[in-house]
Design a protein. Structure first.
Length: 390
């Protein structure tokens, strides 16, 4: 059996989405920037997609900008705000558990003289609102905090963050790559000024993402050379990708309640069975609001890579951290920020379920994980040392 439990990294392209895209790669192939009939046909598909996404989010189509990825969107948001508002201030607030697309971008801005405050999180990965309030300064121009964490699934108190940002007239950028299509996402209700999300996280195509930018928010340009996307993201429009993204988001939102119920129940069953049958494991962020399909588990006194590779041999795909830094064997900055000791952080595996995950697959995974952990602990010097010292 092959089991895919890495849906936080990417999801399978939905067949209905592919079907909607095909005409824009075969018959309606004109450049959307061209004035002839071929181009106008493509433009209609692009405009309809923008309107669909805007309607789902409850915003204006003019406030939607398409990009090629969530990381690009986060870069445009952060660097764009930094360039546009640097005369007002050079202080930015973020959390200590952001995705590398945000974290590394902010670290890069330090070289340009910006000051970055990284807010602490508690043991469940929740941002401290008091620390946020205490960190605000006269020269603070941006608060950048993710909607939900990609590794442990913790959902942040974004509505409260939005209120704090609005009270102090600070722009609030929210990375919603892990939440769009999975839980309700309404930028105006949250109070977010910029929201970034990516199609391949909700069964859309790779290589297309979008960002909501509230009317009135200025962004400095990162790319020049064309008038597409309100001149904010020039380049030939990926119309097929846009159509696929809109179709996928529509379908995800339509089935959202059903998917949340199914994934939450399977995740809880999965965790309960492992906790019942394996000693010295901890479910991260178990007692707070988190994404329905995300389960991050510490298998103490083992190395995560050995668990991941053994499960892969059994046909089960899981992750030991962010897909964007999977080649980096350093301990997860997210887990360390949560106060998890480095040796336990190294033994943490992320299981991310999707809407196609079945009970049969979860039962097979439970059996395989129990067998894998028991076998690896027999040969683990860390486990042997723990047993000897009990």
């Amino acid at each position: 059996m092959r089991v895919y439990l890495d849906n936080n990294a990417t999801t399978k392209l939905d067949k209905d989405v592919l079907e909607a895209m095909i005409p824009y790669m075969t018959e309606i192939y004109g450049n959307a920037s061209s004035l002839h009939s071929f181009g106008r046909e493509a433009t209609r598909g692009m405009n309809e997609s923008r309107e669909k996404i805007a309607n789902i989010l409850g915003v204006s189509p003019k406030e939607i900008i398409f990009t090629a990825s969530g990381v690009e969107g986060d870069n445009l948001a952060i660097r764009g705000i930094a360039r546009a508002y640097k005369n007002r201030g050079k202080h930015i607030i973020t959390s200590s558990i952001e995705h590398p697309g945000v974290k590394e971008t902010l670290n890069d801005l330090k070289k340009e003289g910006f000051e970055i405050t990284f807010l602490p999180v508690d043991k469940d990965g929740v941002v401290s609102l008091e620390a946020l309030k205490d960190s605000i300064r006269e020269d603070t121009i941006l608060i950048s905090i993710m909607h939900a964490n990609n590794e442990v699934g913790t959902i942040q108190p974004v509505e409260e963050i939005g209120k704090i940002a609005k009270e102090h007239r600070i722009i609030f950028h929210m990375d919603a790559v892990q939440t769009a299509g999975k839980i309700v996402l309404k930028p105006l209700e949250i109070g977010a000024d910029i929201v970034v999300f990516s199609a391949h996280k909700f069964h859309g195509p790779k290589g297309i993402a979008a960002m909501y930018v509230r009317n009135g928010v200025r962004l400095g340009k990162l790319i020049t050379g064309g008038g597409q996307e309100g001149k904010m993201r020039p380049g030939t429009s990926n119309v097929a990708g846009m159509v696929g993204m809109a179709t996928a988001l529509e379908k995800a939102v339509k089935d959202m309640d059903e998917n949340i119920k199914k994934e939450s129940e399977l995740r809880d069953y999965f965790e309960e069975q492992l906790l019942k049958n394996l000693p010295e494991i901890v479910v991260n962020a178990k007692n707070v609001k988190r994404l329905p399909g995300t389960s991050s588990i510490q298998f103490r006194y083992l190395e995560g890579e050995s668990i991941l590779l053994t499960l892969n041999y059994k046909g089960i795909a899981v992750s030991s951290g962010s897909a964007c830094s999977s080649d980096d064997l350093q301990a997860s900055h997210v887990l360390l920020a949560m106060g998890i000791p480095i040796e336990f952080a190294h033994g943490t595996i992320r299981f991310s379920l999707g809407n196609e995950t079945t009970k049969e697959e979860i039962d097979y995974t439970i059996e395989s994980v129990i067998e894998t952990i028991n076998k690896l602990r027999v040969i683990s010097p860390l486990w042997g040392e723990f047993v000897d010292n009990r």
